[in-house]
Design a protein around this ligand. Structure first.
Ligand code: 5AD
Ligand code: SF4
Length: 470
């Protein structure tokens, strides 16, 4: 099962608002988003920042005066996709130039941060390169680029980008639907040896409590029912409460649960080492906190976990899950796995399989290890052969798919709550979301968008649940 709002660099999301509602004179920006939800959130904030300069979003690339690719660097495949897309857009720019019309091309996100000026060397049609820490400077960068100079902005900003990016506008929030992302934390200090994030997103920064609460209230006032807090290491978030005491993510969730209208809270992505007692208590006590936890472990082998610099063992992880399940018995687990990390033997891989069998995942993502430039893993001598990676990935994915199907089938006959999110693909249908992130297909008479309804699960579909009003 692949859900469109989960981390997947295989799917790119074009973000847009209502293009029909604008004057034809306005300049138009098309943003294509790759990678994780944090990029989805950033793309919206970039669009908001450019709106102040008179740009309106379009989802039709041919109409755009500016094309921004908000990119992902997590695996090689994700990064290379950007260059093939740039090839296509270059041809468009050429045709435009012949017709005397401008097309500005910008690369933002993690590839921008990692490769900087190299992008313009490889793809000279690119006009601007802006890293994730400096989106508040995007309007100015675009002005400079339109003036004819190539712009590269990849310094880590001294100022906090969130202090400068505009809050989402009410009309934009409404057009984006009843669920929303809210970035509370960026960057990572953990330095897992496979991962580029500490280099592309920098060190851990937490947004202040007041800013987060204000944004969540604004979302709720505009009709948002479900907020997903985002961070590369979201449960490392920390702040100072209004009473001057230290807050962790658990305390923040208790505060956000008080906001009228916000019926559902989620957070992603977590690190096992940052699951503290208060966060587990939030799972126990907060009805609004959905019983679903994405808690990547990457491997079930202690030897590999050590080489990955995860700083915990497989057993630590399993005991943690026991504690979480004691607090919230209906919680569904999700995870990320890497197969073929340098030095991984068949025995190490078997340990991963054993861990997966023990946990039983409702959903999981698994990847072949991809050496990333600048990370310690890429320098390791004992790289695993592609054929072994392929074979292990297939085996692991078969097991995970099986678990996912078992989880979904187990819901048939039960009554659950679904948040109605959008019209269905077929006439007469409406699509909701289960507490465990599965799409729930309903008759449109079941309710209106934003309603939370009790439904009985009748059967499972390919990646969704079919249900009737209970
Ligand atoms: N190769 C393969 N997968 C990776 N991930 C992160 N870095 C790499 C890499 N170099 C995976 C991890 C992480 C998820 C976001 O992507 O499983 O949790
Ligand atoms: Fe990809 Fe990581 Fe950047 Fe998200 S933060 S876009 S997953 S490299």
């Amino acid at each position: 099962m692949k859900l469109d709002n989960l981390l997947t660099d295989e799917s790119a999301t074009a973000l847009a608002e209502d293009p029909g509602a604008v004057s034809s004179a306005a300049r138009k920006v098309y943003v294509k988003t790759y990678g994780c939800q944090m990029n989805v959130y950033d793309s919206q904030r970039m669009t908001d920042a450019l709106a102040a300069d008179g740009y309106v979003a379009t989802d039709v690339i041919e109409d755009a005066d500016v094309v921004l690719l908000n990119t992902c660097h997590i695996r090689e495949k994700a990064a290379e996709k950007v260059y093939s897309e740039l090839g296509r857009i270059r041809d468009m720019k050429q045709e435009r130039a012949e017709a005397g019309r401008e097309l500005m091309i910008g690369v933002t996100g993690c590839v921008a941060q990692a490769e900087g000026r190299e992008i313009i060397r490889r793809a000279p049609a690119v006009d601007l390169v802006v890293g994730p820490q400096t989106y508040h400077r995007l309007p100015e960068a675009l002005r400079k680029a339109r003036g004819g100079s190539k712009v590269v902005e990849t310094d880590y900003a001294l100022e906090d980008k969130f202090d400068h990016l505009p809050q989402p506008r009410r009309a934009d929030v409404i057009s984006r639907g009843v669920t929303a992302f809210l970035t509370v934390q960026e960057g990572c200090d953990k330095f897992c040896t496979f991962c580029v994030v500490p280099y592309t997103r920098g060190s851990e920064v937490s947004r202040p409590v007041a800013q987060i609460v204000a944004e969540a209230e604004r979302l709720a006032e505009a009709g948002v029912r479900e907020v997903t807090l985002l961070g590369q290491n979201v449960n490392a978030w920390h702040g100072v409460g209004p009473d001057g005491s230290e807050w962790g993510l658990g305390r923040l969730l208790f505060r956000l649960a008080e906001i009228p209208g916000l019926a559902r809270l989620r957070y992603t992505t977590s690190h096992p080492r940052d699951m503290d007692d208060e966060l587990i208590a939030a799972h126990r006590d907060l009805k609004a906190l959905m019983p679903y936890l994405h808690l990547p472990v990457q491997s079930g082998s202690d030897r590999i976990l050590k080489a990955m610099n995860r700083k915990h063992t497989a057993d630590d992880y399993l005991r943690l899950i026991d504690r979480i399940r004691n607090a919230r018995p209906d919680i569904a687990m999700s995870g990320d796995f890497i197969v073929g990390f340098p030095g991984e033997t068949e025995a190490d891989f078997d340990a991963t399989v054993k861990l997966v069998e023990h946990v039983g995942y409702a959903q999981a993502f698994s990847f072949k290890y991809s050496p990333r430039p600048g990370t310690p893993g890429a320098e390791m001598k004992n790289q695993v052969e592609e054929a072994a990676k392929d074979e292990r990935l297939q085996r692991l994915q078969a097991l995970l798919m099986d678990q996912q199907a078992t989880f979904a089938t187990g819901l048939v006959g039960s009554i659950i709550e679904a948040l109605i999110e959008k019209p269905g693909r077929q006439a007469g249908q409406i699509v909701g979301r289960s507490p465990w992130l599965q799409p729930v297909i309903l008759d449109e008479k079941a309710g209106k968008i934003g309603d939370i309804v009790q439904v009985r699960i009748m059967r499972t579909g390919h990646s969704s649940l079919f249900a009737e009003l209970a």
